[in-house]
Design a binder for this molecule. Sequence first.
Ligand SMILES: Nc1nc2c(c(=O)[nH]1)N[C@H]1C(S)=C(S)[C@@H](COP(=O)(O)O)O[C@H]1N2
Ligand SMILES: [Mo]
Length: 555
Amino acid sequence: MSTTSRRYAALAGITAAAVAIGIAEPVAVLTGPRSAPLVAVGGAIVDAVPESLKQLAIDLFGTADKIALLVGTAVLLGGFAALFGVLAVRRLALGLAGIGAFGAIGVAAALTRSGADLADALPSLVGAGLGALVLWLFIAGPFEMNPWSWSPPTPAAGPPSSGASVPPAAGGSVPPAAPASGSSSGPTAAVEPVAPADVDPESRRRFLTGSGVLLGTAVVAGLGGRWLAGRRGVSAARDAIRLPAPVAPAPAVPGGANLSLAQLAPYVTPNFGFYRIDTALVVPQVDPDTWRLRIHGRVGKERTYSYADLLARPLVERYVTLACVSNEVGGDLIGNARWLGVPLRELLDEVEPDDDADQVVGRSVDGWTCGTPTAALRDGRDALLAVGMNGEPLPVEHGFPVRMVVPGLYGYVSACKWVTELELTRFADFDAYWVPRGWSRQGPIKTQSRIDTPRRRNRLTAGPVTVAGVAWAQHRGISRVEVRVDDGQWQEATLAPTVSVDTWVQWSWRWDATPGEHRLQVRATDATGETQTERTQDVVPDGATGWHSVTVTVR
Ligand SMILES: Nc1nc2c(c(=O)[nH]1)N[C@H]1C(S)=C(S)[C@@H](COP(=O)(O)O)O[C@H]1N2
Ligand SMILES: [Mo]
């Protein structure tokens, strides 16, 4: 097979795959975005890949890891599709089998997502069916496009797929030697395609126009489907919500809590800049009108609450700093917001948990789970079933309509977004999502500190330089932050005021910088008197440790 024919064949395969995936998107508008094959397969990959790989993806792409995964999946798929096209020229059944296999993978992925029903198979089925049709059109159908099935003048060597569509007159241009180079692997094998010079220009034009039109259709259908799905989302319902005022408002942020330095994270993280971590490839769209929270399991009285039930209760508002266990030393997977919600303690009191129910499993609408110690939800800390974030209904990607927020615990064991179920159980009986994937059952936040300014590439001049950053030990509080330069004496930094022990605190230190390269280091001590350990530990299994350092050059 010539390189040129192989390229055409690959294009036919890619076009077929693009049609399959593109057309599946508008179908998924009916069956739900998670049933679209690309998202379903991507989601299955997210759940299946080893933790180390996932961490690598977060390291490489940060919070763009999902886009990277979708693009990666699409590129890989394109490669296979090209291969199927080439195979199809040799034997159509092989190409069709390839598309069928991928359709089956799409169906399997869509059906094994939690909460899936049979209809979720539809986008992959329709897509694979149309993809197969396109491949057939190009390779052997009425739209059959040369060059590969070019019919040599001698009928004996004619491939079975070359039909009446080959213009007989053009046959005269085929050099008589061409059939001699043909494969002899049986009646279904295509003859070795002729050189590009022998391609019927009419046929080639038709081929390129056809694949161009189909590729365009696939892109329009794909993007159109996504757009439609977005319009069917819950942003309109969210916009219509007016949250009641809290009966217990958050304490005012004390003046000076925010040092307002250019590179320093603001004391309150705006919603648009708040880090986002979750396993959801498409953001769950949960209608607040039909949303329910069921609290059940090892309880005396199982209860179910609606969104209106929650809003009718006395709401409290609290600043709580959320942190991700995957945050590296010096990393930015941490943010502080003002959360409005119902104290979880009150809801748990109403269901009367059994004494041995030491774990509360929060379950999201997409099946993700976290396991929180029941004690942490009942010991008086401000653990909330949150409906508001910084004065707005929860942003959709931060868990709309309702999520959990628990001061002092990493998000993976406590901060269930799109929560729809709380199950009282025991740690001995159930492992939540990340536990079998190598993470610790218990996830108390470790004392940490970060230098936000100066940064490595800043141009510094000798003289006074403000070194500043944040430190956190949620629910214990920070009592001291120290900085040192080039392994010198630890110097005590000034702590800015803070709202409560549940949030981070800004700190600053005046450095009399001298010319040369210097290493700045920071460490914090929590209110129990324990100083952050120097020992470095990776984020797995229960959070990174070590001192953050920044090396700068002063002129
Ligand atoms: N439904 C759901 N909730 C989730 C997660 C998830 O994957 N799915 N990830 C958790 C993790 S690991 C963290 S750190 C926080 C992050 O919350 P944010 O995205 O609002 O910052 O959400 C938690 N809640
Ligand atoms: Mo996390």
